[in-house]
Design a protein. Sequence first.
Length: 264
Amino acid sequence: MNILISNDDGIAANGIRVLSEELSQKHNVYVVAPDRERSAAGHSLTLHTPLRVEELEHNNIGAKRAWVTTGTPGDCVKIAINAILSEEEQPNIVISGINHGPNLGADILYSGTVSCAMEGAMLGIPSIAVSLASMKMEYDDFKFTASFVSSLLDRLHEFKFPNKSILNINVPLLPKEDIAGIAITELGRRLFTDDYEKRIDPRGKIYYWMAGELIKKPQNANTDIAAVMNNKISITPVTYEMTRTETMSDLNRVLCSEDFCNWN
């Protein structure tokens, strides 16, 4: 199987390195990743500056081929599929990660990792976002998550990815024997509060520093946040289909009666 791997932590991050090395044992792995950290970049694309791409002649991450770009996570997947990879190298699946830190609840709206996978789904390719739910980022911290993804791929060949959808996976940083299993979850609400600390710099100017605190949710909820807090691997199907179809008829009734919507 051909696998395209990207991330938002940059080509030098341990997460992408461990994942590429693990999956290269069974699959043809191609890596296209940013040249630096692009965390919380959301689904942004490079439009007004040149997008530079360089192939790494001697990559040390196990991939068949690897490229580094000056672009965003979304750029990486988009340019890989549309311009870099040959017809024979086109991916059967896109995997974004392994991210350094969780991508849970509504915070996925800001996530470069999730947006990277969403770009793959927008191009019609099954896509997965994978995050280590910990702020630790040493090489060995990612080994279990990488092996889990490898075993998951062996089972997902029976799963038909819905259109416009990805799987968002968060793995607790625990020994395998301490993980309580897998939970198929819905998105929670917020993982952190939106608090800001007001500070004064050495020149007397005011600035603000985001200092949100962890929100503790009920641990019996069927959310990704609760699952990780209960030491489970969370797998959440997420769609970028944003049309609220059930609201259309009500909105049409309120706004379009008496020919308000008909201007001809």
